[in-house]
Design a protein around this ligand. Structure first.
Ligand code: ARG
Length: 465
């Protein structure tokens, strides 16, 4: 019979095992190759935990000091790429703990008192994600500022507004850019909500039931900048809502970036030619010398799919798990980390790109002129002269048919032709049939008039702070 302190497997938990882990199982269950991203957060958590153990008299002050020195060194080793990761040590937590013991001896072995990898990893991911959201929000604000600047620059530039991708009514390019900004404002709000909700500290939940040591959870929570400790130990180690919420918010943001991308791709095509992207954001073709492809927007559009996939992966990961912790949860990391990176990179790419895009006002104006875009203005004109809207719609339908038949714009019909259709029309009709008249008339909150665009841009800038 083996004595209880003899460890035949040399593994962290080897005490109760009679043979070493199968080599493939070791590889299969290991996570250090991807969860090493959490290393510095793991060290921060360990520092807080060790200080608390010391303050509560659970380990000695000497041990605390020794542990802190060891952790400092490990932090430097990891930062400088000098840390040796071992597959036998499975994950980031055990790799760091084993190195600590190697460096400082018994004090290192006391660090895990009153703690489990279950509350440890839950804490690490929250710390990681809290910081990641902060970095993402910074890039998002930079992108939004770029949109607002461009909106002001193009507050009067007329472009076609589309519904069904058919020219509907003229709008200003600035108005369109501010529509994008609205989408991103909601995204920032969702990310902040997610960050607020995740800002609770699971440390102290231990494996699942809490710990028998006289710990102070408020202390570790405050040391790590959390708002408060989590309230239920079982929930603390089993909850991954924050990863799902983040990935959901990221999916929506990527969906928005993808729609922006799609529009830029359309607008830069030879058939639209509304916008020019600088060469540094495009690539050429290996076979067709004339090509300038909008690769950056295309890639962002493509990457939206993988983040949406990660959301489905995470929500499916959680749906069948009984409480509390299950090893399934190790699968939360790669989708989450990849969502963070993909979202961050995509926002960064657009934050660089947006200030550099150039509108083509002449082409925009010509495109806006196609397809009788001021027909609604003519109907509104008749309504203001007393005709019921449905009758006005009918009259303008006739005017559109006449103009189309002659291959001209409504504004090019003669006054006689127009009066023939309705004697409510007089020569002031031409003011409202122009593109400028049409956009200027939409001068109310949320409308496309240049004056409104300038006000909205100003408000948006103030809101960004
Ligand atoms: N690497 C593990 C994870 O990511 C850490 C927690 C392991 N806990 C356990 N009881 N096996 O989830």
């Amino acid at each position: 019979m083996a004595s209880s302190i003899e460890n035949k497997t040399s593994q962290t938990w080897g005490g109760r095992f009679n043979e070493a882990t199968d080599a493939f199982v070791q590889e299969f269950t290991a996570s250090y190759s991807f969860d090493n991203v959490l290393a510095q957060y793991d060290i921060a958590g360990s520092r807080a935990h060790a200080s608390m153990l010391g303050a509560c008299g659970i380990i000695s002050d000497d041990d605390v000091q020794t542990i802190m020195q060891g952790l400092d060194q490990i932090s430097r080793e990891i930062e400088n790429g000098e840390f040796t990761w071992a597959v036998e040590l499975e994950d980031v937590h055990m790799n760091i703990e084993a190195r600590l013991t190697e460096l400082v001896g018994d004090a290192g072995k006391r660090l895990h008192t009153g703690r489990s990898r279950n509350d440890q990893v839950a804490t690490d991911i929250r710390l990681y994600l809290r910081e990641a959201i902060g970095r993402i929000l910074e890039q998002l604000a930079r992108l939004q500022l770029g949109l607002i600047d461009q909106a002001e620059r193009y507050a009067e530039t007329i472009m076609p507004g589309f519904t069904h991708l058919q020219v509907a009514q003229p709008v200003t390019f600035g108005h369109h850019l501010l529509a994008w900004n609205e989408m991103l404002t909601r995204d920032a709000g969702r990310l902040k909500d997610c960050r607020n909700r995740l800002n609770q500290c699971p440390l102290g939940a231990a494996a699942l039931a809490g710990t028998s040591y006289p710990i102070d959870r408020d202390m570790t929570s405050a040391a790590l900048g959390f708002e408060q400790p989590t309230r239920n130990s079982l929930d603390s180690v089993s909850d991954r809502d924050f990863a799902i919420e983040f990935t959901a918010a990221a999916s929506i943001t990527m969906m928005h970036l993808s729609r922006m991308a799609e529009e830029m791709i359309l607008w830069t095509s030879a058939q639209f030619r509304l916008v020019e992207l600088p060469d540094r954001f495009c690539t050429g073709s290996s076979i067709m010398p004339q090509k300038k492809n909008p690769d950056v927007p295309e890639l962002v559009r493509g990457k939206a799919g993988r983040v949406q996939g990660h959301l489905v992966a995470l929500i499916t990961l959680m749906k069948g798990q009984p409480l509390a912790y299950n090893k399934d949860n190790q699968e939360d990391k790669e989708p989450l980390f990849d969502s963070v990176k993909t979202l961050y990179d995509s926002i960064l790419a657009f934050a660089d790109l947006i200030p550099a895009i150039e509108a083509r006002p002449t082409e925009m104006r010509a495109a806006a002129q196609l397809g009788q875009p001021t027909a609604t203005d003519l109907a509104d004109y008749l309504v203001k002269r007393g005709l019921p809207f449905r009758d006005a719609h009918e009259v303008v339908g006739g005017a559109v048919a006449l103009a189309e038949q002659r291959g001209i714009d409504l504004s090019e019909l003669s006054l006689e032709e127009l009066v023939d259709l309705s004697d409510l029309i007089s020569d002031d009709v031409y003011d409202i049939l122009t593109l400028e008249g049409s956009v200027a008339a939409r001068n109310h909150t949320g409308g496309t008039a240049p004056e409104q665009v300038r006000q909205a841009a100003k408000a948006a800038r103030a809101e960004l702070g």
